[in-house]
Unconditional design. Structure first.
Length: 256
């Protein structure tokens, strides 16, 4: 059985104060009507981590970061190390398509970040996905397979719960378009799962949770969660609203 995970990626939204308000709303609903069998994760901006960590003590909601340095410590102005994150977080998003496209992150850099996260007991959520041009030229499988193999090269995991993969077609992020649930399931089955098998062997590979990301909303979430290869979602826009995010969590509960 793989863990169902619903992760909210707040991107560069919300001040600390706004982050606290949103988290309080989510906590209130979770306490009134606990959702069991689904892990809920918030990935706020770095500036809110400390405050939210205090707020979430004793709750089942987990914290993650949106990015991390490939280094551990030293003269790296503006960077955040896994040692700093490990005080507050259990997860870290690595290789999001915005990091790849806007900040020029390569598979080699992403690979170093994944290793650095695992060494410091953070669970990396490795994001992979093709652009619209790659999809239209029939290269989606090739691109995603290469991102998997390069991003996870020589990564020392021995247990499936040390890693999460998020399949996020770049053309579906923040656009309101989604890949169909069946299409996404097929890509994961034909590309992501075989890459995991090649890297880590059948047993570990079959236990790694794979999320779908890209314009997930309460009204389309269920279709994704009904797919056998989709274990949850990485949610951007809809995670900034307590009711929408909660709607997605409930859709996962009903499918788990
Ligand atoms: P979106 O973002 O849900 O707003 O499309 C998803 C993501 O970037 O992880």
């Amino acid at each position: 059985m793989r863990t169902a995970l619903i992760a909210g990626n707040w991107k560069m939204h919300l001040t600390e104060k706004q982050a606290v308000t949103l988290t309080r709303k989510l906590l209130w609903v979770q306490n009134q009507m606990p959702v069991r069998g689904v892990e809920v994760l918030l990935c706020p901006p770095f500036t809110a981590l400390s405050q939210l960590h205090k707020l979430l003590v004793g709750s089942t909601i987990k914290l993650g970061a949106q990015n991390m340095s490939a280094e551990v410590e030293g003269a790296f102005t503006g960077e955040i190390s896994p040692l700093m994150l490990a005080e507050f977080c259990s997860y870290v998003i690595v290789g999001h398509s915005e990091r790849r496209a806007i900040f020029g992150e390569t598979d080699a850099l992403i690979n170093r970040k994944v290793k650095n996260a695992i060494t410091h007991s953070l669970i990396p959520i490795l994001c992979v996905g093709e652009t619209l041009a790659e999809k239209e030229s029939g290269k989606a499988h090739q691109v995603v397979y290469a991102q998997m193999i390069e991003g996870l090269k020589e990564v020392p995991i021995f247990s499936a719960n040390q890693l999460v993969v998020a399949y996020e077609p770049v053309w579906a992020i923040g656009t309101g378009w989604t890949a169909t649930p069946q299409e996404s399931n097929a890509l994961i089955a034909a590309t992501i799962r075989p890459a995991l098998v090649r890297l880590f062997g059948e047993q570990v590979a079959n236990g790694v949770s794979v999320l779908y990301g890209g314009s997930v909303k309460p009204d389309n979430a269920r279709g994704f969660f009904q797919q056998p290869e989709i274990d949850g979602a990485l949610v951007g826009g809809a995670s900034l609203d307590a009711d929408s995010f909660r709607g997605i969590i409930e859709a996962a509960r009903n499918c788990s």
